[in-house]
Design a protein around this ligand. Structure first.
Ligand code: SF4
Length: 373
């Protein structure tokens, strides 16, 4: 049976973080309710279309934004609609992105009852100074309490997100964050390099010369340090930024790296299904108004050509530590030549009929992708 992953976006947050360039707004009840009604409408529309017929849902990802800001009863109703309208696998992975400042023993217990069986906690750092700089609205202690409370509430699959390369960050501070994360023993740890995006507070501070960021070579060392510490703590790296205990890889995210079908609902939703890509509007009022008028919020739709699909397989597949089958590159003379050039530059390596990034290549994954594009 064909499978499908569902992604549902909730573009509301308790405050905008200093580094965040996502299309999010402050949580206001009336607005959030209208958005939720629009989400129900979009789900109804696609559930009735033939494109999802005969597919079993194996993962649902509630992301954002801060979906954990919504009351559990509201998310429960949305998941119930998904269950009514789609065939959901009994062991489907259902993830909730949670901001530590929005969860407590009461809503965590209720979230658990909705069938959500995986939490992705945005901890980002265990340094209060860094958390304050990032505009996170929680302390390290509150984040630890949130994690422990989630365990008490019964969550057995918890992922932690961390950011490295923060202003003034030194190896010692990053190691401290990693060690504290490891001490909590989450099933999954993601590490992302701080990226300075246009329109963010950090971007303005960089332009004003008020942010002292580590040099690229220092950031590379922080990444290597993380790989070493996490691997020594029995976390297996399965993607450039992701580490998991055995059996706890994010099944939903693996769908993207395997180019498997995903139907995304909500603002900025990117879907890939039946050889077609589509993108929803990134404007919240536009999204709501279109659905209220009985229209779809899609702003882009394109058939994926065989060549684009082959390039996607290379670009997304190379993000996985296991890499891709060699023939994904060798079957095409241009890919083959590009692959050889990258191998000569020490960015790609061949291993048992597969091609993967070298440790050096992991730092230049974007450049490798551009070479194939
Ligand atoms: S909580 Fe997440 S989505 Fe919301 S502003 Fe912060 S980083 Fe962005």
């Amino acid at each position: 049976m064909k499978t499908l992953g569902l992604y549902i976006d909730f573009p509301f947050c308790i405050a905008r973080c200093a580094f965040c360039a996502f299309d999010v707004e402050g949580y206001r009840v009336r607005w959030a309710e209208r958005y939720m009604a629009a989400l129900h409408q979009e789900i109804e529309t696609y559930a009735a279309s033939p494109e999802t017929a005969g597919r079993q849902i194996t993962s649902i990802y509630l992301g954002g934004g801060t979906p954990s800001r919504y009351p559990a009863a509201v998310l429960d109703k949305l998941l119930s609609r998904c269950r009514d309208r789609f065939e959901i696998a009994g062991d489907a992975e259902i993830t909730l992105e949670a901001h530590p400042a929005t969860i407590n023993v009461h809503n965590l217990t209720d979230f658990q009852k909705t069938g959500i069986n995986r939490l992705s906690l945005g901890m980002q750092s265990f340094s209060d100074e860094q958390l304050q700089r990032l505009g996170r609205r929680h302390t390290a202690e509150q984040a630890v309490t949130a994690f422990q409370t989630a365990r008490i509430a019964g969550f057995e699959n918890i992922g932690i997100d961390l950011i490295y390369g923060l202003p003034d960050e030194k190896t010692e501070g990053w190691e401290n964050t990693l060690r504290q994360a490891i001490a909590l023993s989450p099933e999954h740890i993601s590490i992302y390099a701080l990226s300075i995006e246009a329109g963010t507070l950090f971007n303005r501070k960089v332009r004003e010369g008020k942010l002292n960021l580590p040099k690229e070579v220092e950031t590379v060392m922080l990444y290597e340090r993380a790989r070493k510490l996490l691997t020594c703590a029995d976390y297996k790296q399965y993607e450039i930024s992701n580490f998991a205990k055995p059996g706890y890889e994010s099944r939903h995210n693996l769908r993207y790296w395997h180019q498997e079908a995903v139907r995304a609902f909500g603002v900025s939703g990117h879907s890939y299904l039946n050889g077609e890509r589509s993108v929803n509007t990134d404007n919240i009022p536009d999204y709501i108004e279109k659905l209220e008028a009985g229209l779809l919020p899609v702003i882009e739709r394109e058939k994926v050509s065989p060549r684009d699909a082959a390039i996607d397989q290379i670009i997304f597949g190379l993000r996985k530590i296991e890499g891709i089958p060699s023939e994904a590159i060798t079957h095409d003379p241009i890919f083959k030549q590009t692959g050889q050039t990258l191998e000569d530059a020490g960015l790609l390596q061949k291993e048992a009929q597969r091609i993967k990034l070298t440790p050096k290549g992991m730092h230049f994954a974007d450049e490798v992708a551009m070479a194939f594009l």
